[in-house]
Design a protein around this ligand. Structure first.
Ligand SMILES: [Zn+2]
Ligand SMILES: [Zn+2]
Ligand SMILES: [Zn+2]
Length: 371
């Protein structure tokens, strides 16, 4: 029997436990993967790599040749997780409510930050990062303006551990008919808050954080980068527009330049932490492009470093050194307390600290048993 589980084009599946739809892109198994075989540390990449499918003038899988571009470069993802018209091939309906699927039209584009294979956001010039912000905005306008597109996600997965398939600095933009899970939850929360308080959730939250001052990591005239009160990940950052802007489309030229500035500051801080090109997953959350007013929505971005996952595997001996960590944390004046505290909440560091303090296992046992 042909079951709905055997589908070789993008579709969504319902997780009946969480009631969330999960995107499945089976055809992507054939995409090129440079991430895991990339032995060269990101700090030692060449400016141009003849084998890179994103470098100017090189051939991509499928035979398309990249132009000799000078600034940002946008193209439709050759192995898109979404396709504009998967509905032509509709999954066979399942008789069971536990195996629900639905087609999900969408578009995926890749945005190379610059022709340089070796320069990530903090290493690019302010003007080059402003061009990246401008490209994200243009893509939001272009894709969000299409009838079937109700949401535009701009995101960057940096580093093989975060799933980047190519070390050439790039981001992605996904345009979908459905509202993805995280923005959908945030949409509901922001709507509820606006209804109950007649104010914007993130405007209120940000002004409280500015009063407290202790979690703000970087700021300029138009943006704040802070470690959210509810952070789960060490070095998690929430980047918030200071003015109540709903999306990238609402930013004026000064704010767009300020966004480029704060992105460079946040990513430079990440790189400086362990003196490596720091991997992270970053995504903008902005108002839906469904043609309805969204007074509840406040533009922001999330940065999630992979530290809880496998810090030792990623950073090896470069981080397993308490003195180095303390030194690095203290270099963040005036935020040293924040960063030092943040490091202390890190699970593996706590264990490391205990190893140093209680080399004698008897003492360690006493400690663990509440001594
Ligand atoms: Zn490249
Ligand atoms: Zn707001
Ligand atoms: Zn968000």
């Amino acid at each position: 029997m042909q079951t709905s589980e055997r589908i070789n084009f993008p579709h969504c599946r319902l997780n009946p436990l969480t009631r969330e739809w999960v995107l499945v892109s089976p055809h992507r198994a054939g995409r090129p993967w440079l991430g895991q075989v990339e032995d060269t540390p990101a700090e030692d990449l060449p400016p141009y790599d003849p084998t890179c499918t994103l470098c100017p003038g090189n051939e991509r899988v499928g035979g398309t040749r990249n132009p000799g571009y000078n600034g940002t470069f946008v193209f439709e993802n050759d192995f898109a997780a979404l396709l504009p018209n998967p509905g032509a091939k509709r999954p066979a309906p399942s008789p069971s409510p536990l195996f629900l699927t639905q087609p999900t039209p969408g578009l995926c584009r890749v945005i190379c930050f610059s022709p340089r294979h070796d320069l990530s956001l903090p290493e690019l010039s302010p003007a080059a990062v402003e061009a990246v912000v401008q490209t994200w905005t243009e893509q939001t306008r272009d894709l969000g303006g299409r009838d079937f597109v109700n949401y535009v996600q701009v995101f960057e997965n940096k580093g093989a551990i975060m799933g980047a398939s190519n070390p050439h600095p790039h981001s992605q933009v996904w345009a979908t008919a459905c509202l993805p899970n995280e923005p959908a939850k945030e949409s509901a929360s922001q709507s509820d808050y606006l209804r109950e308080h007649e104010r914007c959730l993130l405007c209120d939250y940000m002004s409280e954080e500015i009063k407290r001052g202790e979690r703000i990591v970087a700021a300029n005239d138009y943006f704040n980068a802070l470690v959210p009160f509810w952070a789960v990940w060490p070095f998690e950052i929430l980047l918030i527009a200071r003015r109540h802007a709903a999306s990238l489309l609402d930013l004026n030229p000064d704010e767009a330049a300020a966004l480029a500035d704060i992105l460079r500051r946040v990513t430079a801080r990440y790189d400086n932490l362990f003196e490596i090109s720091f991997p992270y997953s970053m995504g903008f959350h902005q108002s839906p492009t469904d043609g309805r007013p969204h007074p509840e929505w406040h533009l922001h971005a999330h940065f999630y470093p992979p530290l809880l996952r496998a810090a030792h595997d990623v950073y090896g001996d470069r981080i397993i050194n308490r003195e180095t960590v303390r030194h690095l944390a203290q270099s963040y004046h005036p935020y040293e307390a924040l960063w030092a505290n943040y490091l202390r909440t890190n699970h593996w560091l706590q264990r490391h600290e205990q190893r140093h303090q209680y080399r004698d296992s008897a003492k360690l046992n006493d400690k663990l048993l509440g001594g």
